[in-house]
Write a protein that binds this ligand. Structure first.
Ligand SMILES: [Fe+2]
Length: 384
């Protein structure tokens, strides 16, 4: 009986090992690819999150601040600076956390004109191209990115490191995506700011027209607005709602334009007809602002600013939380201002008397939470 056991040949082992080595290499390669994809995915997700955060900014200042804060945090950078075209078309508008001196115009202009990213991986070796103030601030490397919105370059974003850093193609690509989102957020905030300014001057003209009819309420709308916004801030309402209260505060009595001067200026007792006319002013106000689409969010605040928490107000007799919060806030602000101001039919109350009245009416005429917030503001001295 011979030994039938056969052993693999030397050649076989060689083939086996080489195949294992190939396989290992391919596993390592796919692991590396998977890792990179995962990294890319993580970074892309982070970028997406950043863009949704920065797009919510309502002012240019806020947008620039967020763009800078987020990129510095995400990239582990030393600082970031934004240079924007100003109204005259010059790249002079610098936005940054510490108002740093302007970036070198050579670098800024190159990025701006070419519309392409520019990197300096080591400031020490970059020679005269880099101005002294960067070295003084401890900047060792930087990337300049064009900010493009609506097909044109509106500025440049610089991200700066306090260590030499070679920017990989992938990093440059990611920074560029971020810069595009940043440019959109900045442009959007700038347009929003412009539109808001135009809107506020329209509002101011309307308010002047309304107040010109009634000397006793001059400045009333401004004071009501200040109170209402302070309450909204105290209640930590979102920025859009505070902004809506600014506009609604100014415009709440705009409907009085449609009420006869005779009634508004009557020094003595008002007849039931007079009251009916006066009580139509929220509805009249809504009719005035309805044609302006940008003012539509104010409609519920203006329409219901004379509703009462217990349902005994006008025009609808809404109750409690049925009344929009903005309107409940405006009601307290309006009442306090009215009580502490002289009126044709009665002299002003003292501050103490007005506070007593608010306390007495909390839960009846007014939302108790709103009254509590207002009293806190008075106590803190934030309202006089
Ligand atoms: Fe009113």
């Amino acid at each position: 009986m011979g030994n039938s056991l056969t052993y693999p040949t030397h050649k076989f082992f060689k083939r086996l090992f080489s195949s294992i080595a190939d396989r290992a290499a391919s596993i390592i390669e796919s692991a590396r690819l998977a890792w990179e994809t995962r990294e890319d995915l993580a970074q892309t997700t982070r970028l997406y999150e950043l863009s949704t955060e920065i797009i919510s900014a309502l002012t240019l200042e806020e947008a620039a601040g967020l763009v800078i804060e987020k990129v510095v945090e995400a990239a582990g950078a030393h600082s970031a600076v934004i240079k924007l075209l100003d109204k005259d078309g010059n790249l002079e508008l610098a936005l940054g956390p510490r108002e740093p001196p302007p970036e070198p115009s050579g670098i800024t202009m190159t990025v701006f004109r070419t519309g392409r990213p520019l990197t300096i991986s080591n400031v020490e070796k970059a020679g005269r191209w880099v101005p002294p103030h960067l070295r003084e601030q401890g900047i060792k490397s930087l990337i300049g990115l064009p900010l493009k919105a609506g097909g044109r370059t509106i500025g440049v974003l610089f991200v700066r490191y306090d260590r030499p850093h070679r920017f990989s193609d992938r990093e440059i690509k990611l920074f560029s995506i971020y810069a595009n989102q940043a440019a959109m957020a900045i442009e959007r905030a700038r347009l929003y700011e412009e539109a808001r300014e135009a809107l506020l001057s329209t509002i101011a003209a309307l308010v002047q027209a309304a107040e010109a009819k009634d000397h006793y309420t001059r400045g009333h709308s401004e004071r009501v607005t200040l109170y209402a916004m302070a309450i909204a801030e105290e209640l930590k309402l979102p920025a859009e709602e505070i902004e809506a209260l600014r506009q609604a505060g100014l415009l709440h009595d705009i409907g009085k334009i449609a009420v006869s001067d005779q009634i508004l200026r009557k020094p003595n007792e008002l007849s039931p007809e007079d009251w009916k006319a006066i009580r139509s002013h929220p509805q009249r106000g809504v009719e005035i602002i309805r044609p302006v689409p940008a003012l539509r969010p104010l409609i519920p605040i203006i329409l219901y600013h004379h509703e009462r928490y217990n349902g005994k107000g006008y025009p609808k007799g809404l109750k409690g939380e049925e009344i929009p919060l903005g309107a409940r806030i405006l009601a307290v602000a309006d009442a306090y201002e009215a009580m502490t101001a002289n009126r044709p039919y009665r002299p002003a109350m003292s501050k103490e008397e007005a506070i007593e009245q608010l306390k007495k009416e909390a839960g009846k005429q007014f939302d108790p939470k709103v009254v509590a917030a207002f009293l806190r503001l008075l106590r803190k001295g934030l309202i006089q």
